[in-house]
Write a protein that binds this ligand. Structure first.
Ligand code: ARE
Length: 586
């Protein structure tokens, strides 16, 4: 037995409260090393005649990645607290693993040996808004979505789509343009929009805020924004805005005051200034986003700054009823700020969605006291490596996704923001080298995965473009120039997601993954519904045996609506190159 690989640590993704009553416990062991695992647990204060009696329940293998197996069990302790350990059996050894180490027999003379989940306090349970789990997002970069009001165009605005964007070009996209095209979103079936920044700022992306309380005049005004939110709400669409609180723009008045008055400025502690006078070259002598002099970092530890930004956060909820905040560069701001941010926004709208922009492992922000979700780029990267680039085989892909799912508690995964790309990454069709079949498989995987998927504007009609600014081209509205094939595919998937709870929610189980034929088979289960997804990510037709005993069941092909009974012990399936099969098991 490889004891070195055995790992558990209470809290975070290994032992957490799933809801007010239920604990989830996970254990990691070396891949293929352990045959069975039992959870040994008991209430620490329940002794009978001087004896502490442990319960013993089997744990199930919940998945495997390249190196490890993961084990899982759900426990509902009557008094909401437990001490616990694990009994593990390998080919030739049986041991008990506790917080204090390994034992041949489970010690019962003292609870101190064991791991401790001290108490399940309701207030500490991670709780993301319910609606997010049933939401399909659509991300809009407002400068490039649609020009609804040419009267407010920036002076230098170019004719719509007349050329490829540069980092400084403008095309006149605005809020009125979004209003005029809401029917496209309704038709597509999305029910949430995420707008990159819309507040007053000089750049085309508006991540360099000048005034957090004003809509950028080239995008519209507050009345137009109110109209947009109200119309969206009427159509069942939620609205999320971008909160750029890590840094402001160069023309933000407190920063201008420091530039003007130097050390005498009453705003000097709003920033992190290394020395006076301020200089921007060769590198800024104040903290910034990256080394961008136009984006001075705000001192969010300063109570005045904190109050200012929390006022911004609550203002747009209170006055405009927005439904979510996406937090730019969220991991470079202090945790304390985010704790207070959560309290401030949730106190006025308890089901507002708080989405952090973090590209890396984000567990410290997802403990229930800060964010509801993060932009799930580890999901994006895994999906791209497998489907778009063929860098990894099906097995490794299943391992990566298992790893992604085991990096966070289940209730965190249920609200994860799963994206294939954004305004910061090359477009998905371009990453797939213009292979539409691969894009379709990516959308299938994304939209059948548990969480809250987001479609980047234009990806649904096959727009192309490389890294920023290439991925920010003007939306194509002429139907004859749109890829209607991708559009119909995405529409159908969103409709399936709406119609079938198991498609959007529930547990994903990887049943089969072969590097040889590069196929992947997984099930989604939720309550009493099971959906079987079979994907052929190769250029050859494949003939596979379905790794489930389905005899006597009915299968409904969700794509063609055909229904048939399975009469034989094993079921074979023929899947065309880069094709898929989707069955509901009845
Ligand atoms: C401009 C140029 C870029 C250039 C950059 C830096 O266009 O080509 O690389 O300057 O000098 C906004 C604009 C960008 C603009 C930028 C600076 O949208 O067009 O870029 O401002 O003016 C990291 C951060 C993450 C950040 C990304 C971009 O962790 O927070 O980098 N994303 C947000 C927004 C951006 C926005 C800003 C931040 C600034 O979503 O749109 O940029 O407000 C790895 C790393 C990550 C890294 C990621 C991407 O995974 O580990 O930390 O993210 O790659 O690079």
């Amino acid at each position: 037995m490889f004891k070195e690989a055995i790992y558990h640590r209470p809290k975070d993704n290994f032992a957490y409260a799933y809801d007010e009553k239920t604990l989830h416990i996970r254990l990691r062991t070396k891949k293929d090393d352990i045959k069975t695992v039992y959870l040994l647990y008991a209430d620490p204060y329940e002794w009978k005649d001087g004896v502490w009696k442990l319960n013993r329940e089997p744990m199930a293998k919940s998945g495997a990645d390249d190196l490890f197996d993961y084990w899982f069990i759900e426990v509902i302790p009557p008094y909401r607290r437990i001490r616990y350990g694990f009994e593990l059996t390998s080919e030739n050894e049986k041991i008990v693993y506790t917080e204090k180490g390994f034992y041949h027999e489970a010690p019962t003379d003292d609870t101190a040996y064991y791991f401790c989940f001290p108490f399940l306090n309701k207030i500490d349970v991670f709780h993301a808004p319910e609606w997010v789990k049933d939401t399909v997002w659509y991300q809009i970069f407002p400068e490039r979505f649609a020009n609804g009001n040419p009267d407010i165009n920036p002076e230098e605005a170019l004719p719509w789509a007349s050329e490829d964007p540069t980092s400084t070009s403008f095309f006149g996209g605005d809020l009125e343009g979004i209003i005029q095209h809401l029917d496209h979103l309704v038709d597509l079936g999305v029910n949430g929009i995420y707008l990159t920044p819309i507040f007053h700022a000089p750049s085309n992306h508006k991540y360099d805020t000048t005034n957090y309380f004003e809509i950028d005049p080239h995008f519209g005004d507050k009345q137009t924004f109110k109209k947009l939110v109200d119309l969206c709400h009427e159509k069942g669409i939620r609205v999320m805005l971008d909160a750029v609180f890590n840094h402001c723009g160069y023309y933000f008045s407190p920063f201008q005051d420091v530039l003007k008055n130097g050390e005498a400025s009453k705003y000097k502690d709003w920033f992190h200034i290394h020395e006076f006078p301020l200089q921007t070259t060769p590198r800024p002598n104040y903290d910034t986003f990256a080394f961008v002099a136009q984006m001075p970092k705000l001192n969010t530890e300063n109570p005045e700054v904190k109050k200012y930004l929390l006022d911004v956060a609550t203002y747009w909820i209170r006055e405009f009823d927005i439904d979510g905040w996406r937090l730019d560069v969220a991991n470079e701001i202090d945790h304390q700020f985010w704790r207070e941010f959560r309290q401030a926004v949730k106190s006025i709208k308890p089901d507002v969605y708080i989405l952090g922009e973090i590209w890396h492992d984000a567990m410290p922000w997802l403990r229930g006291d800060q964010f509801d979700a993060v932009m799930n780029y580890p999901f994006t990267n895994g999906a791209i490596r497998f489907f778009a680039k063929n860098e990894i085989g099906a097995k490794q892909f299943a391992n990566i996704m298992t790893n992604v799912l085991h990096s966070y508690p289940e209730n965190v995964n249920e609200a994860a923001f799963n994206l294939l790309g954004s305004h910061d990454t090359p477009r998905i069709l371009t990453v797939c080298d213009n292979d539409v079949r691969k894009v379709k498989l990516l959308f299938l995987f994304q939209l059948s995965f548990t969480g809250s998927p987001c479609i980047y504007y234009g990806d649904e009609i096959g727009m192309t473009g490389g890294q920023d600014p290439g991925c920010r081209k003007c939306m194509i509205w002429e139907e004859e120039k749109q890829n209607r094939d991708i559009l119909e595919h995405v529409k159908k998937l969103i409709a399936l997601r709406k119609a079938h709870p198991a498609f959007r929610r529930g547990k994903i189980t990887f049943m089969d993954a072969s590097d040889e034929s590069n196929h992947l088979i997984y099930t989604k289960t939720y309550l009493d519904e099971t959906i079987l997804v079979m994907i052929n990510n190769s250029s050859k037709e494949i003939d596979v045996t379905v790794p489930l005993s389905l005899k006597g069941k009915w299968l409904v092909n969700l794509w063609t609506k055909e229904r048939f009974a399975v009469e034989s012990e094993t079921l074979r399936a023929i899947i065309p190159p880069y094709g898929f099969l989707l069955y509901q098991v009845q």
